[in-house]
Design a protein around this ligand. Sequence first.
Ligand code: TXA
Ligand code: MG
Length: 319
Amino acid sequence: MAESGKDIDRAHDLLQRGKLVAIPTETVYGLAANALEVSTVAQIFEVKKRPAFDPLIVHLYDAKQLPEFCHSIPPVFQTLYKAFSPGPITYILPKKEVIPDLVTAGNPTVGIRFPRHPLTRQLLQKTGFPLAAPSANPFGYISPTSAKHVNEQLGNYIEYILDGGPASVGIESTIIDLSGEKPVILRLGGLAIEDIEKVTGIKRIEIKTSSSNPNAPGMLSSHYSPRKNLLFGDMERNYKVSKGKRVATITFCRKVNCIPENYQRILSPGGDLKEAAAKLFKTLRELDQSDADIILAERFPEEGLGKAINDRLLRASTR
Ligand code: TXA
Ligand code: MG
C-alpha cells in the first residue's frame, strides 16, 4: 500500500527524484511524473500497462508557461483559457521539442491541462516543471475518483498519494484539438460542449471521438470497463436478457421496479447531471466489487454532462 496524505513537500521531493506520485485533480486522480524526464515518464506506461501509442496529458500551473512547451497557439485558446481554466479542459496544441516524444506517443502535438484542484496547483507551482499524468488506473479500467481507488490498484507500485478528497467533477477532462484550422472535440468530458460553444460562438463544434480516429489514439472503444458485464441502454430489454442473474442498476433519477433497492444506484435523485457525473465512476467500482452478476445502466439525457456520461457507459459496455 502507498501512503497517502496532504504533504506537498514530500510529493515534490519524490517527483524531483524521478518517482511517480498520484495527484488529485477535480476530474480524476492522476499518476504523475516530471514530463521532461523520459525515464520517469516510461514508468507511467509500465505501471499502468499502457500501450506506448496512447499519449499523455501534460499539466501546467498557468498559461504563462505555455510558450515554453507549445507553438502556434491560436486566439481561441485565450478565450477558452479565460473562461474555463484552471478546470476540466485539455488543449491539444503543436508541441515544442522539449516535450519528449514518449509523452505524446510520437505525435507532433501535446495535450495541455491546467487542473483546478488546490493541492495539485500548489504542487505545480512548487515543482516548476510540467507533470505528465494519465488517470491513475490500470489501462482500460475505471478511472479513480479518490485516493482509496488509487491505492486499491496502484498502491504497490508507488510510494505516495497526495490525497485531495473525492474528485468534484468525477469524469475526465473534455479534450479540444486546437492544432487544426477549426477546433475539434476529441473526448467528451467534464466540461459541457454547450459551454464551449457559447463562449467561442461556434455553432456546432465538430466532435470526433470515434475509436477509429487516429488523432485520439487513446479513445479505444472499450475503456473505463468494470470486470463485470455492463449492459447499456434499454433497461427493460436488458433486464429480460439478464434472466436468472443478480442484476444491479444505474439510473439517472428514477427508481426501477422489480430490482431490490440495495442493488439500485440512482446517481442524482434531483436530476442534476453534474452530480450524476461526479458519482459515476465510484458507483461503477462499487457495483463491480459487489455480488451482483451484471450491471444495467440506462441512457442519460443527451445534454450537458449527460453526453460524457453516455460516452463512458457505452465504452464500459463494449468488450
Ligand atoms: O481529466 C483528465 O484529463 C485526467 C486528469 C488526470 O488530468 N487525465 C486523463 O489522462 O484522463 P488519460 O491519459 O487517462 O487520457 C488522456 C487522453 C489519451 O488517451 C488521448 O486520447 C488524449 O488524452 N491525448 C493526449 N495527448 C494527445 C494528443 N497529442 N493528441 C490527441 N489526443 C491526445
Ligand atoms: Mg485514462
